[in-house]
Ligand binder design. Sequence first.
Ligand code: NAP
Ligand code: ZN
Length: 335
Amino acid sequence: MAQIQGLAAHAAGAELLSYHYDPGELKPHEVEITISHCGVCHSDLHLIANDWGVSQFPFIPGHEIIGTVTAAGSQVRSREKGQRVGLGWQSNSCGICEWCVTGRENLCAQSEATCVHRHGGYASRVRANSRFVIPIPEALESENAAPLLCGGITVYTPLRIHGVNPSSRVGIVGIGGLGHIAIQFARAFGAEVTAFSTSTGKEEEVRALGAHRFVNSLDSKAMKEMAGSQDFILNTANADQDWSVYLQALRPAGTLCMVGVPPSPMTVPAFPLISGMKVISGSPIGSPFRLREMLDVAARHKVQAKTELFPMAKANEAIEKMKKNKVRYRAVLAN
Ligand code: NAP
Ligand code: ZN
């Protein structure tokens, strides 16, 4: 097999450099995708910085991939050459545990990530178990759909599992790559949507995406006024915040769900949890059947990422812009 060309981090926090590797034999259940687009998720930045202590260098980041199937292993029946497909954070699981056989592969203890201990999508090609390689509905443009493969499914799944519906009041914290898609899905589910953002310059666009209300989360008076107003708050921000203020913003029996990964442990008072019967939860990506469902919902309800397109070779520029919180709202690399 020909070498795969990509951009790799060679040390924690380092700039990406041109890199190639030999992918070896294609395994029987694997599909090889020739990549057209790859979104830049903040998890790539966490991995490059080795924030989570799991990165092995050199590695090629990238896990919001869209491309075309150009090779399929001997056991692959469900994908064919030439098909447009997507691949997200997860690229394999055991397939036989309690979680895999009940459609919750994202909870499998043997789960393998597309760019952890292997090379991801800032590259010419990538491989994954065909179960995690998802057909892309025709109505979706690759550039705007690539971010759905991680950012989209990560916000769709908890909104769906927690039963968000027209009676729900939903708060989305952090309006970046994940958050701006979350607003659109929460709106598609019929909820009343409040955006909590540190960037007041985003207000007009955030309302156009479907938010009914925009709250400056740095304004402590405005935050206090939100007390008891939300049924479900989804945190997509990757920063430490005063979580007790968000617990206060919940109505009784409300849930604060974490998908963004703040650096420090969360410290919260127990009393509001007890008296208001409130819940703090978390959610990892989503399973393959949810990915299909989410893409179908996105196609029918016109949910898409607002993107800034960069040539693959300019991945470092996209990363620097994201570090400054200047991307509106998802950087996508194109080959
Ligand atoms: P992103 O595009 O950089 O957006 C993050 C947003 O967080 C920013 O746009 C900003 O929104 C807000 N923010 C930044 N600094 C902040 C601060 N100091 N205080 C409060 N808010 C701040 O990142 P992303 O790609 O959406 O990813 C967000 C997080 O989700 C990352 O931690 C990533 O690793 C995680 N993630 C988790 C999963 C999962 O399975 N659970 C999957 C994908 C990603 P405003 O400007 O509106 O304040
Ligand atoms: Zn991601």
